[in-house]
Design a protein around this ligand. Structure first.
Ligand code: NAD
Length: 348
């Protein structure tokens, strides 16, 4: 008997169609793997270059492979028999990482280049690429009160050096594989995804996790102070992981979004100073603040304009930041305690 999966857009795939998810040892693709597994898909292949014991989440019953996808042969092996390919593998991190390691970020171009060609050759039906708000023109983000970014703001192009340019050119690969070769591609521009099971220490973590960890540390050590990168007026929106996963599934299966980049982010804008205040409130503390003006801080202001996604999907990320931060804080607090007690945590 053939099982079919329905979503808002109707029948679209059999439950035993081969799904391939790359970057699955990391944050978002780990959660995506769990999402499809929980929905009953039986043939999921999860891939990451990290050795299996270092994956953030391991989902039972899923085929897990440790392979470097910047190698062509591995990309070919990865997509064998694939009906759908979700490419979320990239060498990336928060501002501290992407401002310092531009070559590593740019080299992620190899992953998408090999993977999309392999997916096309393997006859995959759909291909998803995880782009970023860093692909937008940085000239439009010089003020903390800059207007929200709409999809057309990526051009004329002046993306974030390294990481943003890699995303922009990989988007273009996706668009041309559709235009010239008929491979159905879907592209989401993520805006700062956060939540449990993300990177929370070590240099690749992003602001929400870093702020939670610093507040927990300040409480635990009795230091009662927090260092903020820049002057704290930088403004961002942050999108909770559950919304991101729901959005990926919807975007991948929407005919109006073939080869068409779309924002996947929240439009709840907040400054880093106010984010710190929010986490202090969650933790029940008030900390002394110090500022490091020379630390990496990225653009001054960036928000997601959600008019297009609302129009095509009748949906947008809606988890309030406070709700998502409470869940994230709780998870990091437990991780912190486990680590202190010598137990294994997500990134060990
Ligand atoms: P992550 O670092 O947790 O996951 C990425 C994974 O890719 C890592 O586990 C890494 O080991 C793997 N990887 C790197 N190079 C690889 C290679 N050569 N072969 C195989 N695997 C490789 O990051 P994430 O936050 O889960 O991000 C997933 C995707 O979403 C990335 O493409 C990222 O650029 C994009 N994105 C994320 C955010 C965010 O806020 N987290 C924002 C914009 C875009």
């Amino acid at each position: 008997m053939e099982y079919v999966y329905f979503n808002a857009y109707g029948r679209y795939k059999g439950m035993d169609d081969q799904i391939v998810i790359t970057g699955a040892g990391g944050f978002i693709a780990g959660a995506l793997t769990r999402h499809f597994h929980n929905r009953g898909f039986t043939r999921i292949r999860a891939i990451d270059r990290k050795p299996l014991p270092e994956w953030y989440q391991r989902v039972e019953g899923v085929e897990c492979l440790s392979m470097d996808l910047s190698e062509k042969e591995n990309a070919t092996r990865a997509v064998e028999g694939a009906v759908e390919v979700y490419n979320l593998a990239a060498d990336m991190g928060g501002m501290g990482f992407i401002e310092r390691f531009r070559v590593e970020c740019l080299r992620s171009i190899l992953i998408n280049t090999h993977l999309i060609e392999a997916a096309w050759r393997a006859g995959a039906r759909r291909y998803f690429f995880s782009s970023s708000a860093c692909a937008y023109n940085t000239d439009l983000q010089k003020d903390p009160r800059s207007r929200a970014l709409k999809e057309s703001d990526a051009y004329p192009a002046m993306a974030e050096r390294g990481y943003g340019w890699e995303k922009l050119i990989s988007e273009m690969f996706c668009q041309e594989y559709w235009a010239e070769r008929g491979l159905e591609t879907h592209i989401a521009r993520f805006h700062n995804i956060y939540g449990p099971h993300g990177t929370w220490f070590g240099g690749r973590e992003k602001a929400p996790a870093a702020v939670c960890r610093k507040v927990i540390e300040a409480k635990d050590t009795g230091g009662m102070s927090i260092e903020i990168w820049g002057d704290g007026t930088q403004a961002r929106s942050f999108c909770f992981i559950d919304d991101c996963i729901a959005g990926i599934d919807k975007i991948m299966h929407c005919d109006a979004l073939i080869a068409t980049p779309v924002n996947l982010g929240s439009c709840e804008l907040i400054s880093i100073n106010d984010l710190v205040a929010m986490v202090e409130e969650i933790a029940g503390v008030k900390l002394r603040r110090t500022y490091d003006p020379d630390a990496p801080k990225g653009v001054a202001g960036r928000n997601s304009d959600n008019r297009f996604i609302r129009e095509v999907l009748g949906w947008e990320p809606m988890t309030p930041l406070r709700t998502g931060m409470e869940r994230t804080y709780e998870w990091i607090e437990q991780q912190y305690a486990d680590r202190k007690a010598g137990k294994r945590v997500v990134q060990d």
